[in-house]
Design a protein around this ligand. Structure first.
Ligand SMILES: Cc1cc2nc3c(=O)[nH]c(=O)nc-3n(C[C@H](O)[C@H](O)[C@H](O)COP(=O)(O)O)c2cc1C
Length: 315
């Protein structure tokens, strides 16, 4: 997730367990340019670790753009640099992305989706799987099947479907029933995505899609052990949810890792951004967020984080 799930968040979440794979933030390609190696390494430092997170979970490198040849050239370069899987983003709704002719706007043109996936597939070694991520459409959901079929016909290894059109934005509900139809029609694996915030949501998504695999977005930021909880539910095991004390220790780790990476004026911004998700599940995150949201003094900021963690341990 662009601007949110960086190297450090990927490392943190994958080390908790329950995740089988992850995807980089999108790498934007435009202007017929092959990006320099450092751009790929910046988005995917895991390239230096055989495209595995620190805990050994494989990562797909995601590209976003609209020009088939440019995407193909960049995909080949990513593979040369060590990418073990390439994912193509046809879901991003933001304006700047759509003005550069990439992301969800391409869903208006299934033939263009086919041409892009085909070009990328033909230009990277067969040992490197090429996958795609789509929404259900752009202005409406009418082309959902055409787009899914275009991805499969062009030789993609698997397809992730975010069960909303661009016009649906991020508003609930997610239209999982469309994913069920796509799964029935396609011979490649289909990964269901959208609005999975709890094991109960996942269970309902299973019932409506019948998929074997699921992608978690905002849900795992709001509840870091969501994948573990879902796996336990899938295996009919009891599960004790992660406590706030455990979560606050993760927040502290994330703060310490990200602190040196940003100028002082952005103190704790990454942590604040994460708290905005965590507070959906943990009232303590809301309190902590209120306490530190305007704090610019590192010592006071850190004391608040530590106090929150220790108060929890005592209760
Ligand atoms: C801030 C933000 C950034 C995102 N960045 C990406 C991205 O870089 N690549 C991508 O495929 N999807 C991206 N997404 C979409 C999510 O991966 C996911 O498809 C969407 O949020 C729906 O799933 P959810 O309801 O589980 O969050 C992003 C979503 C958000 C909210």
């Amino acid at each position: 997730m662009e601007g949110v799930v960086d190297l450090h968040m990927r490392a943190l979440l994958t080390r908790l367990g329950g995740l089988d794979g992850c995807v980089t933030e999108f790498v934007r390609v435009s202007n017929r340019q092959v990006l320099p190696a450092h751009t790929f390494r910046k988005h995917c430092p895991e390239l230096e670790n055989n495209s595995l997170t620190a805990s050994g979970i494989p990562i797909k490198l995601q590209l976003l753009g609209g020009c088939p040849q440019t995407l193909a050239d960049n995909a080949r370069k990513a593979a040369e640099l060590g990418a073990i899987a390439i994912d193509l983003n046809f879901g991003c709704p933001t304006k700047t992305v759509n003005n550069s002719n990439g992301g969800a706007c391409l869903l208006q043109y299934p033939e263009q989706i086919y041409t892009i996936v085909d070009a990328v597939r033909s230009n990277v070694p067969l040992s490197i799987p090429v996958s795609a991520k789509i929404r259900l459409g752009f202005n409406d959901r009418s082309l959902f099947m055409e787009n899914a079929q275009a991805v499969a016909a062009a030789g993609a290894f698997e397809l992730t479907v975010h069960a909303r059109s661009k016009a649906d934005g991020y508003k609930p509900p997610a239209y999982w029933e469309y994913i069920g139809k796509i799964r029935e029609a396609l011979e490649i694996p289909v990964i269901a995505n959208g609005e999975i915030w709890s094991p109960q949501d996942w269970q309902r998504c299973v019932e409506q899609t019948g998929c074997d695999d699921y992608m978690l977005g905002r849900g795992i930021l709001a509840r870091p052990d969501l994948a573990l909880a879902i796996k336990a539910a899938a295996e009919h095991r009891d599960y004790v949810p992660m406590s706030w004390a455990q979560v606050s220790s993760l927040i502290w780790d994330y703060y310490m890792i990200t602190k040196p990476l940003y100028p002082k004026k952005f103190l704790g911004n990454r942590v604040k951004q994460w708290l905005a998700y965590l507070r959906l599940n943990y009232p303590q995150a809301e309190r902590l967020f209120d306490e530190i949201k305007k704090e610019k003094d590192a010592t006071v900021f850190e004391q608040a984080l530590l106090r929150q963690a220790s108060e929890e341990c005592e209760t």
